[in-house]
Structure formats: C-alpha cells, structure tokens
Design a protein around this ligand. Sequence first.
Ligand code: SF4
Length: 311
Amino acid sequence: MWRAPARHSEGLALRYTTCVIHEIRAKTLLSRVSGIDTWFGLDFGVNLYRGCQHHCIYCDSRSQCYGNDRFDEDVLVKANAIDILRGELRRKRARGIVGTGSMNDPYMPLEEKERLTERALDVIAEHGFGVHVITKSTLVLRDVALLQKIARRSTAAVSLTVTTADDDLARRIEPGAPPPSERFRALRELANAGIEARVALMPVLPFLEDSWDNVRAIVERASECGVMAIVASFGVTLRDRQRDYFYARLDEHFPGLRERYEAQYGDRYVCQAPGGEVLRTRFEALCAERGIRTSARPLLAPSAVEPRLLD
Ligand code: SF4
C-alpha cells in the first residue's frame, strides 16, 4: 500500500531537499535511445523534469555537458509535457519501452503534487508502450495500478537504485532520497503486485560501497523481496563540476577520502572500484544461485503479470 515516502529526517538531509521550482515549456520530450541500451533495455527516454531533489553526491547529471548550471538549486517542471508526450507517442510507428529516471528522479518529492510521472504512465498505457521506471523513491507505489495497466499490454518494470544497504551511509550520499530500507519495502510491494521489480546497483563508490559485505547484503535483501534482476556497475564516473561537487561532499562527510580518490584516479572519467573484477565474479555467482538475472532488458511478458505474495 502506498504511503508518503519516508525521508532522512535530520538537518543534514533537510538542507538538501529544498529547491526553487519553475515551470517551463518543452518543445520535444521523447528521445530515441541509440543502439542497444545495455543498462536498462530502453528504446526511448523521457525526462519530465530538469534538476533533482534527491541530491545524490555522485550524480552525473551535474556534468557540464548537460548544461544545467543550477542542478541542485532549481527544479524545472515541463508544464506541457503530457500533451507533447501524447502527440509523440501517437506518431510512433513502432512500440517499445519508454524509460524515465536517467537525468532526474521521476518520483522526486515534488511529483507528489505535480503528478507528471503519473500522467505520463497513463499516456504510455493508452498508447500500448512499455515502461521502465528508474527511481529511488517509494512514491512509485502510488502508481502500481497504472503500471499493472501497462503490463497487461506490454512490459512494466521498475528499478529501484540501491548503492548501499546501510541507511546511515545513504543519508550522507543520497540525502534527499528515501532510505534503502524503504526502497526494499517498495521492491517487495512491486513484486507482490506482479510488476517486474529490479535493482540498479550503481554506482558502487570506491572505498565506500565496494565491500563484498555491502554487495552481498543488497543481493540477499533483493532476493528476499522478489527482485527479478540486478544490473550492477562496480565503480563511478567523475568529470568536471560533478567531480568538484563530489569531492566537496567527501571533504564534508568523509575527511581524507578525496585524497585517496585523487591518488587512485587522477582526472580519469571512469573510476573502477579496485576490487571490481572480483566483486563482479562473486556478484554474478550469488545472483545465479538466487535465480536473479543480471541482464538489462526487462523480460516479463504481459501474460506473466500475475500478482504474487511474498512474506
Ligand atoms: S536520484 Fe538520480 S538524478 Fe536524482 S540526484 Fe540522485 S542520481 Fe541524480
């Protein structure tokens, strides 16, 4: 059952959850994913907002190439998004999976009031497309009935991003998002509702989240919750002002860690966890043992969507 998402409640977290909200008008919305999407199996991407209220310290959307100078200060609401999306989906000849959640979280706190994601799901259902939602928020549970409606004709998958099983660590690295314990609860409810519940285990921050204990805890909790697939990346990417922001937060919350990053990676973009290959091998083996897939593409066929109950 849906209830308002629990959030980290201390002053530290609240400091990061205030943003100025502006309305803008979008010209286009749907973008074609070029080639094969090896992370999420998407055919199209859609962003209903710009900026994000979750303020994860590692977020790539702060990178200069995306041109969002005030990523952490402003959230832009695409007020005409639903009309544009409806027109664009109507004109598509081929159906496919529409993804949302790559540049911002479609269930950030303001979605509770704005309801753009909810209305977008309704339009996606109306036009017979599939959907893959990527989020860190339990607010997605509000829209289970819409996801079930999509799944009757196509595919409906939800990936909850979980980078650590430790709520206290998450409070420092993902200060505006609901804690991982709540995300696991959401996964269980999605699985019970017959939605393809998945985990995006990415990034795995070197020296903070790259222990086998952390990875094993995430896989085991996911397995208990009925998760069907986990896609993992053992490392993080860092560049320009995204790196500056990340390092400033390391200085604030993890003194001395910036220096370790600088020594290990210099100005490299791809920062693989030092034991990443070993972690990957153990991760794949544990997932296989638990019957959890590690592939990108959502696979639930419409006929497979039957609610099932987990303890
Ligand atoms: S939820 Fe996603 S988009 Fe939002 S700040 Fe975190 S990583 Fe960035």
